[in-house]
Design a binder for this molecule. Sequence first.
Ligand code: TYM
Length: 347
Amino acid sequence: MTKFPERVFSGVQPTGNLHLGNYLGAIKKFVALQENHDCIYCVVDMHAITTWQDPKVLADNIREVTAAFIACGIDPEKHIVFNQSQVAEHAELAWIFNCVARMGWLNRMTQFKDRAGKDREKASVGLFSYPNLMAADILVYRATHVPVGDDQKQHLELTRDIAQKFNNDFGPSIAEEGYGDQFFPLTEPLIEGPATRVMSLRDGTKKMSKSDPSDLSRIVLTDNAETIAKKIRKAKTDPAPLPDNLDELKGRPEAESLVGIYAALAETGKDAVLAEFAGQEFSQFKPKLADLAVEILAPISSEMQKLQADPGHIDAILSNGADRARVLASDTIKAVKEIVGFIMPAT
Ligand code: TYM
């Protein structure tokens, strides 16, 4: 088996309303992984345009996600931060994967079904083939680990299927070119901890999302202290106090989600949160959750504001990151073209 050096890749769409679920399910983990890994974090603007984005707003949203990455503690010098459209190799590899992945695989993607809604005929072709581009994002760096929230699990399984089919289909060519028995790694998803699926504050059966029409359903990273406290105060709960064990949280989705949020913010487990708050009413627990959320999110929000006041600085970070990403991605594309049998430029 080919041994691949460990490398982390993940992406966030610049579609506005970056929220607590994105922070706890993904960005907070990106920050922690920097300690022991080489990391590449991408603002996936080409994914964003699979649904309509106002060109006047898109650039600001790209800068907003970049500012969030940095304000949360991602170091764009030690690691790589860039926006996807600056590295054309993502699109090149996605085309090859369009020819590797099967229609049947994509037809099973639940996120496409959710996002396309009832009128599938009107969804963009890009929305349907989105998971192939996502596989290309990851595999163009031959990344081995991908931190994401729970909603991306199926896309990461598809990424593994694509890698495996490519490795099989082109096996002899991969060996001939000197890459052993596998060219692409089978990437490991990193989906761990108490907040892999943060739920809407208005409905514990729906995940917190950027597109929910209700602002009260999510805490966004730009909310001020007062707004955060208000949204938590108004969060839907049930009348029972907090139990002393995890089993009794089952069937209480709103309660379970708030406990999960507290645990993730406090960097502990849900069981430890229950041990501390068992027997308390939500009227007692919510102000403590609000205090903790404000303590952690307020500095992020003010740092984001400072960073966004200087768009030139953010753009320079992105183009520097893209230059470094392109070096890695172009090596992969060169090898893939040789493996597939394309003729390379004469040297
Ligand atoms: P996106 O932009 O929808 O979300 C960014 C990250 O936030 C996580 N997330 C959540 N985690 C917990 N609770 C929630 N309610 C919640 N909502 C969102 C997502 O799981 C994700 O990790 N397809 C991806 C972007 C992408 C990507 C990639 C990710 C494109 N290429 C390659 C990893 C690797 C997406 O739409 O994420």
